[in-house]
Design a protein around this ligand. Sequence first.
Ligand SMILES: Nc1nc2c(ncn2[C@@H]2O[C@H](COP(=O)(O)OP(=O)(O)OP(=O)(O)O)[C@@H](O)[C@H]2O)c(=O)[nH]1
Ligand SMILES: [Mg+2]
Length: 264
Amino acid sequence: MFCSSFFTFDRHLRIHDFVKSYKPQNDEVGSLRILLLGPIGAGKSSFINSVESVVKGRICGRSLTDAASAGSSYTKKYKTYQINKGSQSHCSFVFSDTMGLETGTGGVHVEDIKLALKGHVEEGYQFNPDRQLTEGDDSYNSFPSLSDKVHVLVYVVSANSINIMPDDMFNKMRDVRLAASEMEIPQLAILTRVDEACSGVQEDIHKMYKSRHLKERQLGISENCIFLVKNYTSEIETNDKMNAHILCALRQMIHFGEDFVNNQ
Ligand SMILES: Nc1nc2c(ncn2[C@@H]2O[C@H](COP(=O)(O)OP(=O)(O)OP(=O)(O)O)[C@@H](O)[C@H]2O)c(=O)[nH]1
Ligand SMILES: [Mg+2]
């Protein structure tokens, strides 16, 4: 999605305020639940940290990430992150972080993700690639409330690996996508690591939306639901340009989630 039209300081501040003050209209739901799904090392956990960094205006790193997780997913548990906005209050959306997808039999079990979408997976569940969660297991929530269910599904994929992503990985994501569509869960995608994906981008992140190379990359969901993001990973301070891209994606997640919970 191209957001260059709102790169004014005012607009940026308005979206920032919207994100911080947002409350779901449906009072059955305390917080929107946004589930992040994608290949290992794509930047799922980093995106959670990036959102918290934007909200707080300083670099945050509560969700653990790993530079060396090339072999297997660093995130192993189903964990929900609230985004603190200061003095004991938090935003009215949460992120469900998941184990990364892998090709073959490794990584998060696709069926576990489908169960998570329906709210059947309890907080802290340790993903097991060899065995899917089953009714009767301690971590199986048989009676999920609307709050336990996922309200927005976000695919997180590294922009520089999309064109070399194996069919098996696409098929797993497609499998989840069809299940989520059946449940009418809104979906969008963020392409991370855009700083590495295109030469020229690293010097000025604002240029990333102009890159035709990135624009052409599709995940099987409509182009206006794909957002380009550079996560806060090496920076020591937040900056308006990076914030704007993260806020643009986040605002759409909130709008989609709000529509979903109002239609339940
Ligand atoms: N250059 C760059 N590095 C990134 C970006 N996003 C994440 N990374 C790095 O990529 C590595 C993996 O990031 P994580 O956030 O742990 O990825 P993940 O999707 O949670 O991975 P698993 O939990 O292993 O499935 C870390 O070293 C991050 O610093 C980005 O936008 N740009
Ligand atoms: Mg992770």
